[in-house]
Each structure stands twice: as C-alpha cells, then as structure tokens.
Design a protein around this ligand. Structure first.
Ligand code: SAH
Length: 355
C-alpha cells in the first residue's frame, strides 16, 4: 500500500507539483479534497486534470483504515471506533458531542464536537492506572493515520475540536503529531481554530519547550498526577529522571511564549493521591502561574488495587486547590460504559475479539 497523502506537508506537496510541471496551487486543491471534503480516492477530485489523478494514486493513498468495531453511548453523543492499521496494529478514537441544551453535557456554552485521537498504537509510558499504558507499545502512527481518525468522524458531520488524548504519548511521536496539527488548522486543511486543538502529554520537558517555539496557539495539557516526585515515579514508572520542577518550568515556558495558559491533568486515585494535604502541596508548586487543574476521577481499568474516590473526596480536593488560589475543575466523564473514557482505550483484547 502506498503512503498516505497526508503524511506529507503542504510544502512537500507543492514541491512535488512543481516537479511534475503542475502549478503549485494544485497542492492546496488536493488538500481541500482530502480534508474538507473527506475524499477517499483521487478519482473523486473531478476538478483536477484527468492525467494527474492516476499519477497521484500511484504515489499515495487516501483509503480510510478498515473499521473493526464502532460503539455508541450517551444517546449517540459519544462514539468510539476501532481502526485496523494493518500488521496487527489497531487504535481507538472517540467522538464526543456537546449539546448546550443537555445539562449532563454542560461544559462551556457552545455546541461542539470533539474528537479524541491516538498518536501511537499502544504506549511505552506504562502509567499504572492507564489501560493503554498496561498494554505496551506497538508503534508510532504517521500523520495520515492520525488524521484518518478525525476524517472518519468528519465524514458523518463536521467536527470542531481535536484533543490528542487517545492512545499513546503525542510528544514521543513529535513530527507526525505536529504535521497532523498543521493540517488540522491550515486554511486549506480542516481549518479548525488552533484553540480548538489540545495536545496532552505525560510530560517530556524538552518536547514541551520545542512545542512552545512552533508559533502555534494550540492548547497544552500536562499530566501531573502527583504532588511529589516519589509518588509520581510510582504512578508513571517511566517518568524516571523527569522531576515535577522541570515539568512546571517547561510548562511556564510554554505559557510565556504562547500566551496560553496550561492545563495540568490530575487523575484522582482514592487514598493514593487524593488527600487534602496532597492538594495543598500541589497548589504550592503551581500557585501564581497561569494554569488550571483538570481533575479526572479514576476510570476503572484492569489496574489492581486502584479505586475511584467518592464525589465528596473529589470535591474536597478541588476545594483545597481553589482555597490555595489554584483554578480547578472536574472533568465530566463520557463513555465509561463503552470503555471510551480517559485511560480506558486499549486494543489488544478488542482487536482479537473483533476478528
Ligand atoms: N500520554 C498523554 C495522552 C493521554 S491523555 C498523557 O499522558 O497526557 C489521557 C489522560 O487520561 C491523561 O491525562 C491520563 O493520565 C489520564 N488517564 C489515564 N488513565 C486514566 C484512568 N484510568 N482514569 C482517569 N484518567 C486517566
């Protein structure tokens, strides 16, 4: 199978058009077909010269990855798809529609449709509370494979937001992740607002600094999960050498250079990291910086001995942060019953049962 067209940047495609003696604007024309109109073949691109279409098809593909399974929840407002990337690699992506008229969706006041994409098949970070982390790493995705997840849903109806919060660690697959972001926000790509795109990272300080220099207005979420390095190393065994100080410094650097505030994700695990005293220590690390904490009550996975705190413990933790002057919200869960919520994406057993 030839490589996916969208593995290439717009500049690459323009260079190729020039080489072929075509005007460079063809690249934008093709991109609009591929993204805005969700074309799945070059044959559909009827305003291209007839001789160019087979030439494109010989070089690249736009074929969507086969769907192995699709499940819905919340009256269809949450939808999860399992895509086959070939060679034994499969990934999941989730769509979440927010309707301001449905109180259970209440998060902001505008209607939106958010796609949660995977950047790797599996993950190498091994977080003890995450199903993907427990599954292990298979391989990195290409930009085209990341975008194929968005296009799968865009084909049904237009989407407005993309969060890089599915399987894998986006900043450990930096170039394809950034290439896909550029296609999402390019005027001739999907033309989404940069502010509607968010990358979530387990916390790779070097990559966070690099991202800060890209000149993009996208959102950044950094997964902290602990108020001290010792506990963080237990929860994220691969955090190894990275300290919380290094992480918050890199995050502050992102804020300074982009003007955007950073979000800290904190998965709440009963009696492990949800004590009020831990909230106070977390607050003292980040108070006074332009940030916001998003608390994610633990969603059940195979993780042994891990429990979700009661709502009153969650609220107590949130109040402690707020009292210390740190903005904190609780993430509203979606898709728990179809294992589509944060930390529940895994494909080893699913892929096997779908075949
Ligand atoms: N690797 C990136 C992208 C994954 S985003 C990252 O770590 O940020 C998924 C978010 O859900 C992360 O903040 C992750 O820590 C959190 N998460 C993982 N497992 C979870 C679980 N079982 N319950 C709640 N949140 C979880």
């Amino acid at each position: 199978m030839p490589p996916h067209l969208l593995d290439h940047s717009l500049a690459d495609l323009e260079a190729r058009m020039r080489e072929w003696g075509e005007p460079p604007f063809r690249a934008r024309q093709i991109a609009r077909w591929a993204l805005r109109r969700c074309a799945t073949s070059f044959e559909e691109m009827t305003d291209l010269p007839a001789a160019l279409r087979p030439r494109l098809a010989a070089e690249w593909t736009l074929a969507p990855p086969p769907v192995l399974a699709e499940t819905r929840a919340d009256d269809g407002a949450t939808s999860k798809v399992l895509l086959d990337l070939g060679g034994g690699a499969a990934i999941e992506a989730v769509r979440m529609d927010y309707d301001p008229d449905r109180p259970e969706h209440a998060q902001g006041s505008r209607a939106r449709s958010t796609i949660c994409v995977s950047t790797q098949a599996g993950c190498a970070m091994a977080c003890v509370f995450c199903a993907t982390g427990q599954q292990g790493f298979t391989r990195n995705l290409t930009a085209g494979e990341i975008l194929a997840q968005v296009l799968h849903f865009q084909r049904e109806r237009p989407i407005s937001n993309v969060v890089f919060m599915g399987m894998g660690e986006p900043l450990a697959n930096y170039d394809p992740t950034l290439a896909s972001v550029r296609w999402l926000i390019d005027r001739d790509g999907l033309d989404l607002r940069a502010r509607g795109v968010t990358i979530s990272t387990v916390g790779l300080p070097g990559a966070i600094r690099r991202l800060a220099g890209e000149g993009l207005q996208i959102g950044l979420t950094v997964s902290l999960h602990a108020p001290d390095d010792e506990l963080r190393r237990q929860l994220i065994p691969t955090a190894g050498g990275v300290t919380l100080d290094e992480l918050t410094e890199a995050s502050n650097d992102y804020v300074e250079r982009t003007g955007r505030r950073v979000t800290y994700a904190y998965a709440l695990l009963e009696r492990l990291n949800d004590e009020p005293e831990q909230a106070r220590r977390l607050a003292s690390r980040i108070r006074g910086t332009r940030c916001h904490v998003n608390l994610i009550p633990y969603n059940p996975t195979a993780g042994e001995g891990l429990r979700r705190p009661s709502l009153s413990r969650v609220r107590a933790f949130q109040r402690e942060l707020q009292a210390a002057g740190v903005n904190a919200t609780v993430r509203i869960e979606r898709g728990v019953e179809i294992a589509a919520a944060c930390g529940q994406l895994r494909t080893d057993h699913l892929a096997a049962s779908a075949r």
